[in-house]
Design a protein around this ligand. Structure first.
Ligand code: FMN
Length: 175
């Protein structure tokens, strides 16, 4: 089976982030031919269009990781009804490049009540010509669960929801 490389980005920098834990769990439960890289957006500088022509290693690494992937998986929290700052910052660095265009995107929401940020994120990603795959959307009620990666992997409902969404997502992928 042809190998599929996906890039997963968490919008939370929190040490015990549910979003990051979910991406780590997904990377572990993915079948062998699907490789999920977890990207780092926490060390990106604040977006400044004046710096877009500079060679900034963190930005170059992010763009390269996006370019090498056949699709993106984004799990990002809601803060004050908005997209998390780190995620919006990362996306702004990707706006003017070629790497992001038309990428299939799977969205994971670890807090189903957080509808504002998901709607805003979908709008931003679509405006950037990303291909948000609605069939692959997954919402998991993890808030207050206390779950880390292992907690998620030990919860059959979570595993089933994530595996089903990932299976749907890869049907949209051209490796
Ligand atoms: C400053 C702040 C603002 C928040 N605002 C919202 C909000 O508007 N809506 C919501 O559903 N949750 C809100 N939350 C809850 C977070 O989305 C929630 O804690 C989430 O789990 C954080 O993601 P993480 O576990 O990956 O760090 C907020 C949390 C913080 C710290």
């Amino acid at each position: 089976m042809e190998k599929i490389i996906l890039l997963a980005l968490s919008g939370s920098l929190r040490r015990c982030s549910y979003n990051t834990a979910t991406l780590e769990a997904l990377a572990e439960l993915a079948p062998e031919h699907i490789h999920i890289n977890i990207g780092d957006i926490g060390s990106l500088p604040l977006f400044n269009p004046d710096r877009e022509d500079e060679s900034i290693p963190e930005v170059s690494q992010l763009k390269a990781a996006v370019g090498e992937s056949s699709g993106l998986i984004i799990a990002s929290p809601e803060y004050a009804h908005g997209i998390s700052g780190p995620m919006k910052n990362a996306l702004d660095w990707l706006v003017s490049g070629e790497e992001f265009l038309y990428k299939p995107i799977m969205l994971i929401n670890t807090s189903p009540r957080a509808t504002h940020a998901q709607a805003a994120l979908t709008e931003v990603l679509t405006t950037m010509s990303g291909n948000v795959v609605e069939d692959a959307y997954v919402a998991l009620p993890l808030l207050s669960s206390g779950y880390d990666k292992s907690g998620i992997l030990n919860d059959l409902q979570c595993v089933d929801a994530l595996a089903t969404a990932l299976n749907r997502f890869v049907t949209y992928i051209n490796p």
